[in-house]
Design a protein around this ligand. Structure first.
Ligand code: PEP
Length: 271
């Protein structure tokens, strides 16, 4: 189950994923301009999209435009939603069904982001239901877990993220691909990232939890991202950790040059 690190080269077999969570930023025109520029800038830099996957998570209202652009220009960038309804299509005013997102060729759906949990009341049960709905429509859930500063003080770093993950694992059928993002709430948008060691410790505990519930094969195949004040200057430290397979990036994903530099972490920092 454990990853093997040879020198600085990660031998896990998992393709790193750098994911940009735009939150409630960029209208659909800004989204088109951003994705075009990102694709050009990465292509110009010779980025190998097979070696490091690049995903963006625009607001719902941008997704159709992003789909049209990505499909027309055959851009090697994938995208997903920032949330998804737990319900099938029906009388749920304001919600967006997973089936609609699948029709827009979304690859991923972020579920359980700390802003959804704290501002919009997404409980562990709702996160599990949304995960089940996403999987049923063929979306890959990107499940966010993380402890608050209080949780950290009272329970240590891993207890809450592991409990949040355990609450959702039963909603994922055997053999289904999913991604986990460890995002300490105190690190999100604060400029105070976790240390690479802290991220590694929790990522390892999350991988063990997956192994316990889903088996070693699933644990070894599942990508675990770190999120929380990631930027070009600190990404390399996280990516050197054997159980960290990428990053979920908020603020720094809104700047094309900064986000490209994060995606190209192997080049510009010599990992
Ligand atoms: C996030 O919101 O998922 C996030 C990690 O934000 P930031 O990178 O701005 O801390």
């Amino acid at each position: 189950m454990a990853s093997v690190t040879t020198g600085q080269v990660q031998q896990s077999g998992r393709t790193p994923l750098i994911a940009g969570n735009w939150k409630m930023n960029f209208d659909h025109l800004q989204a088109i301009a951003f994705v075009q520029k990102l694709a050009w800038s990465l292509k110009d830099a010779g980025h190998d999209f097979g070696a490091v996957e690049v995903a963006v998570f625009p607001p719902f209202t941008d997704l159709r435009s992003v789909q049209t652009l990505v499909s027309a220009d055959k851009l090697p960038i994938v995208y997903g939603s920032q949330d998804v309804s737990q319900y099938a299509p029906g009388a749920y005013t304001g919600d967006i069904a997973a089936a609609f997102l699948a029709q827009l060729d979304c690859t991923y759906a972020i579920i359980g982001h700390s802003e959804r949990r704290t501002l919009f009341g997404d409980t562990d049960e709702i996160v599990a239901a949304k995960t089940a709905a996403a999987v049923a429509s063929g979306l890959t859930p990107l499940i966010c877990v993380g402890e608050t500063a209080d949780d950290l003080e009272q329970h240590g770093a891993s207890a809450v993220p592991v409990a949040q993950l355990n609450a959702v694992l039963d909603a994922i059928p055997a053999g289904t691909d999913f991604v986990v993002a460890y995002e300490p709430v105190w690190a999100i948008g604060s400029g105070q990232a976790a240390t690479p060691d802290q991220a590694q410790q929790v990522a390892a505990a999350l991988r063990t939890a997956i192994a316990d519930r889903k088996g070693d094969e699933a644990a070894s195949a599942t990508r675990i991202l770190y999120g929380g004040s990631v930027k070009a200057e600190n990404i390399a430290g996280f990516m050197r950790q054997p159980d960290v397979d990428g990053a979920l990036v908020g603020g720094a994903s809104l700047d094309v040059d900064g986000f490209s530099a994060i995606v190209r972490y192997q080049k510009h920092v010599g990992v």
